[in-house]
Design a protein around this ligand. Structure first.
Ligand SMILES: Cc1cc2nc3c(=O)[nH]c(=O)nc-3n(C[C@H](O)[C@H](O)[C@H](O)COP(=O)(O)OP(=O)(O)OC[C@H]3O[C@@H](n4cnc5c(N)ncnc54)[C@H](O)[C@@H]3O)c2cc1C
Length: 282
């Protein structure tokens, strides 16, 4: 289907982009991998598209002792190709490997995925599971939003119309952390029917601590599962503890049902995927 008519601007600075968005009925354009199909389906018809591609400084990945800073225009391909991230954030790399297909991975961006807020998308799930911070700039200045608060429902976030995501900041990843990522999709590259991201640290007595367990797909927005984390923390991560966490996760989630899977199937899938993620945790 042809796109609805729209004006196009490609400002050179963040300030200009924000000023254009503040005029109203405008949308930022990153890779276009979600926005353009949305417009083709007439689910959005902005009068103006504000292309972010000329704005400097949004396409970098910086790794410091405290955090991994990922610019909003970083593409899936950039993450995949950055050899540093394999040790700096293996969970991120494993999750992003599941995003979409080759062509989409060449254009799709971190900021676009966070702003689009698909409950089944990997990047929002990783941001929430890892307690990331989302840096945002708009007409009234800059703000930092914890990822756990950023997503308010399917395809909705705390972003105001004139705000742009500039960066997502993931806390640094300790070398001895154990982690796993598992998802199920009908075909490789499709959105997940359900997925889980999990990590924990091991204390001096060999017990799991600081467990973070997040879900995608089987939810209306990505979220951590406190009950599953509590079932794992303070215990040796053996088969019994993993089973306990998986059953707690199944009970806690409230998955929607749709054409692809019933609510009951997604619930059971969350437990199975968590067992696999924790069982294979490296
Ligand atoms: C066939 C297909 C399969 C896919 N499979 C997956 C999958 O398995 N997993 C997955 O996670 N994704 C999947 N995607 C989506 C893909 O990952 C997109 O890259 C992602 O949704 C973001 O798109 P984009 O960067 O091109 O942003 P755009 O499409 O350009 O923008 C998306 C939305 O974000 C807004 N936006 C963009 N950048 C910013 C910014 N910096 N600040 C504020 N708002 C911004 C736009 O205004 C728009 O509302 C799939 C897409 C397709 C077409």
């Amino acid at each position: 289907m042809k796109l609805p008519r729209f004006e196009y601007a490609a400002p050179a600075t963040l300030a200009e982009a924000i000023a254009l968005l503040a005029q109203g009925n405008a949308k930022a354009l990153a890779g276009g991998q979600s926005l353009i199909p949305t417009m083709a389906f007439r689910l959005a018809a902005p009068a103006l598209l504000v292309d972010l591609r000329r704005i400097q400084g949004l396409g970098e990945i910086k790794i410091t002792a405290k955090a991994i800073h990922i610019g909003s225009r970083v593409r899936w391909r950039d993450i995949e190709r950055d050899a540093r991230l394999k040790s700096a954030h293996p969970l991120l790399v494993a999750a992003i490997a599941q995003v979409a297909h080759y062509q989409i991975r060449n254009r799709g961006t971190v900021g676009g995925s966070l702003a689009h807020a698909d409950p089944a998308a990997e990047m929002p799930g990783i941001a929430v599971t890892c307690d990331a911070e989302i840096l945002v700039a708009g007409s009234s200045g800059e703000r930092i939003i914890p990822a756990g608060e950023f997503f308010t429902g399917p395809l909705s976030t705390l972003l105001a119309e004139d705000e742009l995501i500039t960066e997502v900041r993931l806390p640094a990843w300790p070398a001895n952390r154990r982690w796993g990522f598992e998802e199920l999709a009908r075909r490789r590259g499709d959105f997940a029917i359900a997925g889980v991201a999990a990590f924990y640290d091991v204390d001096g007595e060999g017990k799991a601590s600081n467990a973070h367990i997040g879900v995608i797909g089987a939810c209306t927005r990505p979220h951590r599962i406190a009950q599953a984390e509590a079932a794992l923390n303070g215990r040796a991560a053996n088969a019994a503890a993993i089973q306990g966490a998986a059953r707690a996760a199944e009970k806690a989630v409230e998955p929607p049902g749709d054409l692809h899977a019933s609510s009951a199937y997604r619930r059971s899938l969350v437990g199975t995927l968590l067992e696999r993620a924790l069982g294979g945790a490296r």
